[in-house]
Design a protein around this ligand. Structure first.
Ligand code: ZN
Length: 169
């Protein structure tokens, strides 16, 4: 058992602190924020400190993809909602939503693609669009500075989503 604490704050933005295993949620947030941060808490139970530290961007990609799968199933996922507009209008969010063409709801690579193809989509720019990783770096300076573990290939980036969905129908 590894308890976590959830607390609210008046500002915007939510986060999971590994140091004190605390989720801090904006009191204007919604359940999808909590789900995103809880996925980080699950990641914390599975990764060594070294793995955690060298995979910040990999962890964000997994958390945002799970976040998207959850959010898009909700009745409030409509134009004008913050997360709807993030995943449907902003390039960073669109590149996360685009992962449904590569990865299934339970975090496994889809049959018609390969892990190498997914890796390239995450990692490399094309003449037409920046790679997913580069798109996420546009969110903020904190994202721009995140480490990326290039050794993780394809759906190895979604092992926690695979874990939490293994009993899902
Ligand atoms: Zn996150």
């Amino acid at each position: 058992m590894r308890p976590i604490t959830v607390q609210f704050h008046d500002g915007t933005g939510s986060r999971f602190s590994k140091a004190n295993r605390t989720i801090t949620l904006s009191n204007t947030g919604d359940a999808s924020h909590l789900f995103h941060e809880m996925l980080h808490a699950v990641q914390d139970t599975q990764l060594s400190v070294a793995d955690w530290n060298n995979s910040a961007m990999n962890r964000e990609i997994e958390a945002f993809f799970a976040h998207y799968l959850y959010a898009r199933s909700q009745a409030w996922f409509q134009p004008g909602n913050f997360w709807h507009d993030f995943f449907r209008i902003r390039y960073a969010g669109q590149s996360i939503a685009n992962l449904v063409h590569y990865v299934g709801n339970r975090g496994r690579i889809l049959g018609h693609v390969t892990n190498e193809r997914l890796h390239q989509t995450i990692r490399y720019n094309t003449p037409y669009a920046a790679g997913l990783e580069q798109q996420l770096r546009t969110i903020s300076a904190a994202y721009r500075a995140m480490s990326f573990n290039d050794q993780r290939r394809g759906d190895q980036n979604f092992t926690n989503l695979q874990r939490i969905s293994q009993n899902c129908p």
